[in-house]
Design a protein around this ligand. Structure first.
Ligand code: BGC
Length: 744
């Protein structure tokens, strides 16, 4: 039954569906049809072929002249791109321009925090702005298509690519993905500063078993619909110009051959006319998966399932002529794929304006740096701050700055940084050294994060002893997260743990700063540190943001976009889990508290780990500030509502501390009884609220009741009447401000 659901193909041709944010579709469609009518089969197949840039320009030009290139991946530089584009436009029969693409994942030159860090800001405007900056910088180098945003839900931090997405939550990921798409694509794709977005990886890639990259994903149909597909559906609605098929299989069907997601969902349900590209050779990899017998079969299964363009594998260009002759692939299928490619090229304005201005240089403009700094600062999460260790008072004159990430420009930028130059990156060392009146005693102690030599720790301790405070910057090098960089142990590597332990023994106030691509298991380091700031790889402005936060020029506001486990064995762990029939009370005995010879049932029989307990180290949505906030007075506009109603939830938020600051307020809902079991909580809204010290404000959330829909027992998407609880909360574990309502 499940298998049928995934593989069923309605046999519908991919039709050109109306609208996206761009206007003038009818004239675009007419131009597509006129051009298509003139094309030979070879010219059509060339359009479906994406090739990787070759070092030798002449070799590349030769491929273009032969009509074999619809898109180039990774060729950047305005002059270089113009040369190649000129060959396509002036030296091929129909002059069809090439679509130039690049992985611009979290900035092009000015590097923003990795997407997981951006998510920690919960700041949609700033995230949209970051994508806009990336688009402006990338287009000056000729890039018109990026393979971003990655909107895979990731509930397992072993998966290295958790860095590239927005965390574990469907709602947050959806909002972040849409903001990013808007930033890249702007109001009009044909604007020369717009780049086409790519919603990836479609679909379920983040659920790879055991967090090992490229592994199979086991996702039940209802979970696929409720957890993994919604960000993609929203991306389609936001007009994402392209979608990328994922490497993984679900229930035996690799995404590149999955007509259920590529046609039934994308085309029939969501009415998207986006162009679908494979991931890097993900079509040919179906030979290794074992669902294709040869390269011809690869081509037939991929294009028949709904792929338009193949990334580098070239099975289309080699096999489609024969497949069409044999009748295994219809000409109309090829035509539809070509339409989807050409339509995008027209919408990008490539036919009217194929060349890049070679004299424009906007990289690292002060405006971009300032905006990126704001986002980077907002992305930092304060996980501990005992005795107001932070911010540093004016009495702090000497800082021991320690650790392998304190001056590691490339590493702090994180995964997928091809174009941002390290010399533009402000490291913590650079930033702190530029402060007046502060003396910095710098000692990396370890040459890199995986360094196993402990020799440098003694001199770090010596520096610590001479200082007023210690700032220890550790974490993961860029290579330790991202694609193919999964880990089975997500602890701090090398001698970093020893370093922190040794520093903590000095008795000096210890501020640990972690720059990493994933949440790490840091229970011990939390204990040992007086304060701990978590910065998912923060990018170009990371050091400046850190210095501002340390000295109180900025106040932390970021919150965890993903649950932090105590131990790796808790994974996958996420806040919106099901209750189970035996939820833990939280008072269960742990293994060290259990008497020797304890009887079989003496511990009770509830759902927890003997060694790790029940909850995480830090829940989703968690983060401290230098100030304190108080939530009170939750009121609902109604307690009985209908499906078409919108519930208004108001509450008071007071800044009860000494700093002006911003709080990320969250709205969670629980559907108490469903035809199928429902998550214990689901995020349904968030707001960044800025308050002056001592200020109090009324805050409002609007919750359209239609947003409570889910896939019911009979596989329909609808709201089921019944009782609901909601919480206005500082994080997903905060139950102090609760209310109830009923949907009739
Ligand atoms: C990755 C994609 C990326 C593509 C192109 C693949 O290996 O999975 O996310 O966009 O390469 O570089």
């Amino acid at each position: 039954m499940k298998r049928i659901l995934y593989t069923i193909s309605l046999g519908l041709a991919m039709v050109a569906c109306s609208s996206g944010p761009q206007t003038n579709n009818s004239s675009v469609d007419q131009r597509v049809e006129d051009l298509l009518a003139k094309m030979t089969l070879e010219e059509k197949l060339g359009q479906l072929n994406q090739v990787s840039a070759m070092d030798n320009l002449e070799d590349m030009a030769a491929q273009i002249r032969m009509g074999r290139v619809g898109s180039i991946l990774n060729g950047v530089g305005a002059a270089r791109i113009n040369v190649l584009q000129r060959v396509a436009v002036e030296e091929t029969r129909l002059g069809i321009p090439i679509l130039m693409s690049r992985d611009v994942i979290h900035g092009y030159k000015t590097i923003a925090p990795i997407p997981l860090g951006q998510a920690a800001s919960f700041d949609l405007d700033a995230v949209q702005e970051a994508a806009r900056i990336a688009a402006i910088e990338a287009t000056t180098d000729g890039v018109r298509w990026t393979f971003s945003p990655m909107i895979d839900i990731a509930r397992d931090a072993r998966w290295g690519r958790i860095a590239e997405g927005y965390g574990e939550d469907t709602y947050l990921t959806t909002q972040m993905g849409v903001a990013t798409i808007k930033g890249y694509q702007g109001d009009d794709l044909s604007d020369p500063t717009s780049i086409a977005a790519c919603a990836k990886h479609f679909c379920g890639y983040g659920a790879s078993e055991g967090g090992r990259d490229y592994n199979s994903a086991n996702i039940p149909p209802r979970q696929l619909l409720d957890v993994y597909l919604p960000p993609f559906k929203a991306a389609a609605k936001a007009g994402a110009a392209t979608f990328m098929t994922s490497f993984n299989e679900i229930d035996g069907v690799p995404s590149t051959a999955n007509a259920y997601i590529l046609k039934t969902q994308l085309r029939d349900e969501w009415h998207s006319d986006a162009m679908v590209v494979t991931d890097w050779a993900s079509s040919a990899e179906m030979l290794a998966h074992g669902n294709c017998s040869d390269r011809a079969d690869v081509a037939a299964q991929s294009i028949n399932a709904g792929v338009d363009m193949e990334m580098v594998a070239e099975t289309f260009i080699q096999n489609l002529p024969d497949l069409i002759k044999d009748g295994r692939v219809k000409m109309s299928t090829v035509d539809n794929a070509v339409r989807n490619v050409l339509r995008l090229k027209f919408r990008l304005g490539l036919f009217d304006n194929p060349y890049v201005d070679e004299n424009k240089n906007v990289a690292y403009s002060p405006e971009f740096i300032e905006k990126t700094l704001k986002l980077t600062t907002e992305s930092a999460i304060l996980l501990k701050n005992d005795n107001k260790t932070l911010p540093f008072s004016s009495k702090v004159k000497t800082i021991a700055l320690v650790g392998p990430m304190a001056d590691a420009a490339y590493e702090q930028s994180g995964t997928w940084t091809f174009d941002g130059e390290a010399e533009h990156t402000i490291t913590p060392l650079k930033a702190l050294q530029s402060l007046e009146g502060v003396k910095v005693l710098y000692e990396p102690a370890l040459t890199h994060c995986r360094d196993q030599k402990a020799a440098g720790i003694a001199s770090a301790v010596a520096k610590a002893k001479q200082a007023d405070v210690v700032v220890c910057v550790v974490g993961e090098e860029a290579i330790m997260s991202g694609e193919a960089h999964s880990l089975a142990d997500i602890n701090l590597y090398g001698k970093q743990k020893d370093l922190i332990e040794a520093l903590s023994k000095t008795g000096k106030p210890l501020v640990t700063v972690i720059m990493a691509g994933r949440p790490l298991t840091i229970a011990k380091q939390i204990e040992e540190s007086n304060a701990l700031l978590y910065m998912f790889h923060p990018g170009t402005t990371g050091g400046t943001a850190l210095a501002d936060l340390l000295f109180g020029k900025a106040v932390p506001s970021g919150k965890t976009p993903v649950t932090f486990p105590y131990m790796v064995g808790q994974l996958p762990i996420y806040y919106n889990h099901k209750n189970t029939g035996r939820p833990a009370a939280g008072t269960e005995l742990l293994i060290d508290q259990t008497p020797v010879g304890a009887g079989q049932t003496s511990l009770g029989c509830s759902s927890y780990w003997l060694d790790a307990g029940y909850g995480p180290l830090f829940p989703f949505g968690y983060g401290l500030s230098y100030t304190t906030f108080e939530y009170s007075n939750v009121k609902l506009s109604a307690t009985e509502l209908k499906v078409n109603d919108t519930l208004k939830v108001t509450f008071d938020l007071a800044n009860t501390g000494e700093y002006d600051a911003t709080e990320i307020c969250q709205l969670y809902v629980r559907d108490l009884v469903g035809s199928v079991t429902r998550p214990v909580k689901e995020l349904k809204g968030f707001k960044r609220v800025a308050l002056k010290a001592g200020e109090k404000k009324q805050v409002e959330f609007e919750l359209p009741i239609s947003e409570l829909a889910f896939t019911t027992l009979d596989m329909q998407n609808r709201v089921e009447p019944g009782d609901f609880k909601l919480w206005v909360a500082a994080n997903s574990d905060d139950n102090s401000n609760e209310a109830s309502f009923t949907v009739k």
